[in-house]
Design a protein around this ligand. Structure first.
Ligand code: NAP
Ligand code: ZN
Length: 338
């Protein structure tokens, strides 16, 4: 089978399509014919050599978390059958720690993520496959796992409810658009930012209530304050936007942080944190049950994940170049038929 592998950790030029042996499923495993696999900034960091997880000794490395397709073959005791249409929950968990026993599973002490979907076939744990109803196509399903599970879990961590004002710094990418769409689906109001007015116009069509074409942290602080005092901040950018998020929150407001695109540290105003009774929480991914809920929401027409473009496996490098250049709105998906 063919796979789009990272063969050099130098950015998009480091992606090459290589031949690999067809995988064989062991007990509890399934091989999926991959119709679609979305990419994430997590993958781009690996490709840029900016991940502690993968170094030169691990090459060639096949990434790809968000797999959707059709089950090709199964090992003994697998919970799916050949021909089933499925999407993978990329969570990998130990199954025995206190969080695996009592939930939520994404807090597992041994938590890790599946990699290997940027290929014609993916060898996966069968019990991580979620069945797709007829109305949900595989390209749409591939857009869901990482971005939408993460946004879903953040909204819950932030106790967002109808009418709340939710601030999303960087509202145009995978997690950003997912945050806006899911907040909107919950009846919350949203304020989001981008460096691109054109991209913001598209996110407004997807439900963003207040679009702010601003990147400078001080200007962002003022522009958000003009809209109102957010009840919650969903922060995947990190860096200086973490201080901005905390500053603009209302008393008792909540900021949930899941990423570091704009930097891994930030200086925060500690008196404002405690005098304002504000809350800052970290969050990673969501649960497989969340993915099942998201698939159901799509099937019922309550959510249509935003896909900016699809790419054939041979052009996986171009998909990463588009992400690096911040070209699109929503998800980029590599598909078997391009
Ligand atoms: N912890 C978890 O479980 C988890 C899960 C998913 C994602 N994440 C993290 O969440 C972040 C977003 O991931 P993603 O896949 O959604 O990425 P993505 O689609 O590439 O995100 C693009 C967004 O980031 C903004 N952006 C990019 N570079 C920026 C910079 N240098 N300064 C300010 N804004 C910048 C873009 O703004 P413009 O509109 O201005 O271009 C756009 O809104 C990453 O840090 C990722 O690791 C974490
Ligand atoms: Zn565990």
């Amino acid at each position: 089978m063919r796979a789009a592998a990272f063969t050099d950790l130098v950015g998009p030029d480091g992606v090459s399509v290589i031949e690999q042996p067809d995988p064989e499923p062991g007990p509890g495993e399934a091989v999926v014919d991959v119709d679609a696999c979305a990419i994430n900034r997590h993958d781009l960091w690996i490709l840029e050599g900016d991940s502690a997880m993968v170094d030169a000794a691990d090459l060639p490395f096949v990434t790809g978390l968000d797999v959707a397709g059709v089950v090709r073959s199964v090992g003994e005791g697998a919970s799916v059958e050949p021909g089933d249409r499925v999407v993978l929950c990329p969570n990998e968990t130990c199954g025995v720690c206190q969080f695996c026993r009592e939930g939520p599973e994404n807090l597992c002490e041994e938590f890790s993520l599946y990699h290997g979907g940027l290929a014609e076939q993916a060898l996966v744990a069968a019990d991580r496959l979620v069945a797709l109803p007829d109305g949900v196509d595989t390209t749409t399903a591939a857009a869901l796992p990482t971005a939408y599970m993460t946004a879903f879990h953040m909204l819950r961590r932030a106790d967002v409810g109808p009418g709340d004002l939710v601030f999303v710094p960087g509202a145009t990418g995978g997690v950003g658009v997912a945050s806006v769409q899911l907040a909107d689906a919950m009846g919350a109001r949203t304020v989001g930012t981008s460096s691109s007015a054109t991209k913001l116009a598209r996110v407004e069509e997807l439900g963003l209530d207040h679009a702010l074409d601003v990147t400078d942290p001080d200007a962002m602080r003022a522009a958000v304050a003009d809209v109102g005092e957010p009840d919650a901040v969903l922060n995947h950018l990190g860096g200086p936007y973490t201080a901005v998020g905390l500053d603009v929150l209302r008393r008792g407001g909540r900021m949930v942080v899941c990423g570091r695109t704009a930097g891994g540290s930030s200086e925060i105003d500690i008196p404002d944190l405690f005098l304002g009774h504000k809350r800052v929480e970290g969050s990673t991914m969501g649960t497989q049950r969340d993915l099942e809920r998201l698939v159901g929401l799509v099937a019922d027409g309550g959510l249509s994940p935003e896909i900016d473009a699809t790419y054939p496996l041979d052009e996986t490098g171009a998909a990463f170049a588009a992400m690096q250049e911040r070209e699109g709105v929503g998800k980029l998906v590599v598909t078997a038929d391009g």
